[in-house]
Unconditional design. Structure first.
Length: 255
């Protein structure tokens, strides 16, 4: 069984002491590739160090996370663009919007989203989108920018929102929240075709049941796959095959 981990921050300090064991466990669990979204200028070097240590397995993306956006975002976006020009990145991400933590820079978040959406078009890359407490607002931005490819990461929305996202050409990223008792995603898992999903963990955050509250890691992605299989009343191997094919299609032309 092959699984693609489409969103893991395994370059963060939480993994500094046992990264090799983390990667070994991921491989043992059937994870054949780990995609790493960037956060901001402070994480680039560590992310690229992991990518260089595990070439072709731990694959970097490049973007500015909405929670790192301030009024002085120009320098950050210049750096993002310069790295994208060098190549070797699978997507523009993690970008997006966030109305959960802080609404102070909401206008700037929207502007930064639009600029990075243009980067994705320029470099022919998919977008990896964060949208916490801001799904509808982010859907509107995708429509405005005419973006047509990527992932709504850590999806927590409704069936109708999922259908709208898919209609725009985007995939739905399912992670640990899909396993939570009150996660609310079972209707989405039941009604949306499997070909529209990709799997993720968002490590080190949002570990799936039964590891909720602990540090997340890519090997736990098989728990997400098992949950989806249970809800859909299908074999976990089928979930793995379809979502892996979707991930390869999404990223392979870009990397």
């Amino acid at each position: 069984m092959k699984l693609v981990e489409t969103h893991a921050h395994i370059y963060l300090k939480e993994f500094a002491n046992d990264l090799s064991e983390i990667v070994d466990r991921a491989k043992e669990a059937g994870v054949v590739r780990i995609y790493m979204p960037n956060v901001d200028h402070e994480t680039i070097d560590d992310m690229l160090e992991v990518a260089n240590k595990y070439p072709g397995y731990c694959i970097p993306m490049m973007g500015l996370h909405p929670c790192s956006v301030t009024k002085s975002f120009d320098k950050d976006l210049y750096e993002v663009e310069e790295y994208l020009k060098k190549g070797g990145f699978a997507a523009v991400g993690e970008i997006g919007t966030d109305l959960y933590w802080d609404k102070t820079y909401w206008p700037e978040q929207q502007e930064v989203f639009k600029i990075q959406a243009d980067f994705a078009k320029q470099f022919k890359l998919p977008l990896i989108i964060h949208c916490r407490e801001s799904i509808d607002e982010t859907i509107a931005l995708v429509k405005e920018t005419k973006s047509t490819k990527g992932v709504f990461h850590c999806f927590t929305g409704s069936v109708d929102q999922a259908k709208e996202i898919i209609g725009l050409g985007f995939n739905i990223g399912l992670g640990g929240v899909a396993t939570f008792k009150n996660g609310g995603l079972e209707p989405v898992i039941e009604e949306i075709e499997l070909k529209n999903f990709v799997l993720e963990t968002d490590s080190p955050y949002l570990a799936p049941v039964p590891n909720r509250g602990k540090r997340n890691e890519p090997s736990y992605i098989n728990l997400v796959a098992k949950k989806i299989a249970k809800v859909r009343e299908t074999e976990v191997e089928q979930v793995a095959k379809v979502t892996t094919d979707v991930a390869y299609k999404l990223f392979n032309n870009a990397y």
